[in-house]
Ligand binder design. Sequence first.
Ligand code: ADP
Ligand code: MG
Length: 355
Amino acid sequence: ASSIQMQGLHKRFGKDTVALNGVDLDIEAGEFFTLLGPSGCGKTTMLRILAGLEEADDGRLTIGGKDVTEVPPHHRSVNTVFQSYALFPHLSVRENLAFGLKMRGVPQAQREEKVAEIAHFIHLGDLIDRRIDQLSGGQKQRIALARALVCEPDVLLLDEPLSALDAGLRSQLQVELLRVQKRLGMTFVFVTHDQDEAMVMSDRIAVLNGGNIQQVGAPRDVYERPANAFVARFMGHDNLYRIMARQGGRLTTEIGELEVEELEIEEGNQHAAQGELVLIRPETLDLKPGRAEGVNHLPGRITERLYRGSHAEFRIEIGSVVLQATVNNRGRHLPEVGDEVTVVVAAEDLVTLSE
Ligand code: ADP
Ligand code: MG
């Protein structure tokens, strides 16, 4: 496995499109690292620069400690899996897997050994002698992954490889891919626009917007301590409220009086200390029947309830604003639409942040 360092990577297309706006990023050897962001934020451009398929306008790139800024693709120990499978449809799985090895001049006996090894690893079983055009979408994507892995690159780049698959198959392949990456110990740079997928798969995530990195961190950091409102919203948070006044840990917000832990203010970054928004995560809330006033007690009325079996999601009107709450279903009473409730907020779960 190889580490990757990006320093000040810039990439423009034409006059007006800034695809990467000075990206600095360190990826560790053996890490499952994910680039997460909306369509057009520069994810594919970054992968293409790593692969050597695109040249940065400015900046430096090292892979495995070696400056590869000017090194052509075939001299980098990097392999790429795209969303489209790019397999040879009329050849067998076995022939597809062996193709890259053959191109690299690996002798036949060794080729067969490596193909058998990866087939075993990825549980290809009796697919191995089928033709590609006889396979389902999920099977093809599995073969595309196997083909990229068989050459044992130091770094594997994966550009939304699971996006085209249906939910069931997708979560199955997520698990499989993660297991293979951990076993082989390769560095994976994985691209997705799906925050759930990013959280499940990654050691660390970089959130991108408009060619700029917004935050780099472990899934829990990015979800529980988003660096700004963009990251919070992208991670699926809706409960963001304006702070009108602040005195120590005491906030006057558009949703009510809130007490945040001093800890967060002292140890938080500058953003946190100066933030003008407070984030209330829906799964940290408790709902009590009836109206109670007080700090971190928000009286409201249920306007919507989505029962999901394991949990229920509520929309609650609090004054003129709406709050979402997720409550685990543990056999206790679940409030109903129209009920008056008090939302109890835990000080340690609150984060302040900026736009
Ligand atoms: P993502 O993969 O995150 O969706 P891309 O890296 O593909 O984003 O694109 C980033 C920006 O660069 C977009 O505005 C896109 O339209 C533009 N772009 C990407 N490739 C090209 C290209 N070959 N020519 C012109 N513009 C491009
Ligand atoms: Mg893309």
